[in-house]
Ligand binder design. Sequence first.
Ligand code: SF4
Length: 236
Amino acid sequence: MATVESYDVRSVDRGEVLRYLGYAGQPITPELDARIDEVVARCLAACRPRGSWGVFDVAARGEKGGVPVISLAGTSLELRGRSIAEHLDGAVAVGALAVTVGMGVEAELRRLSLTDPLTQVVFDAAGTAAVERAADAAEASVVADAASRGLFCGSRFSPGYGDLPLATQPVLLAALDAQRALGITLSRELLMSPTKSVTAVVGLFEQPRGTAHASCAGCPCRDFCVLLRSGSTCRG
Ligand code: SF4
């Protein structure tokens, strides 16, 4: 059963926006600096971040055609590939999430591509950073759900990373009812619309997992973390 939520994304990581723009430490003029801030603010105002997430028990681990496959209970979602098998090694359940910042950002990107391509590039980078913040928010919900089960989350892993096929997208989105709940659709090439949408899976483990959520200070979920707000943490 998926949970659908809206998120309050008020800021993005400016360093991330610059990275998406291809900056690698070059000097930035004060004018460009101000322009970036203005476009980021415009993008955030156009964002309507929403997400759908669910947690599924690992039903079985096997192999099909020599490729590892993880089957999840209560859904036809299967996770195929060596990289996801390694990422979820030892996981007893899997959190699946889909988020989007909505069609408003998409419409503005289309408009800017015709009227102001330079601004469009910055707006696009801001939209990418914003949807990652929405994914952080959805991940925070999965982390809280895991904590309520006495489990610990690993880090996000998306279709298209490693050898987890993009063909996972249709079933993942269907498992989360993402088309109806969030308006996310797929092209024939399995690309999502709105383009500023993210899907991912997160492993739930019986023991804390590596560096994921190791410290609240550096945790990307911090701004959205209900555990932290209630005075507890996801580390038990
Ligand atoms: S902010 Fe702290 S408690 Fe919340 S998910 Fe991150 S590490 Fe865990």
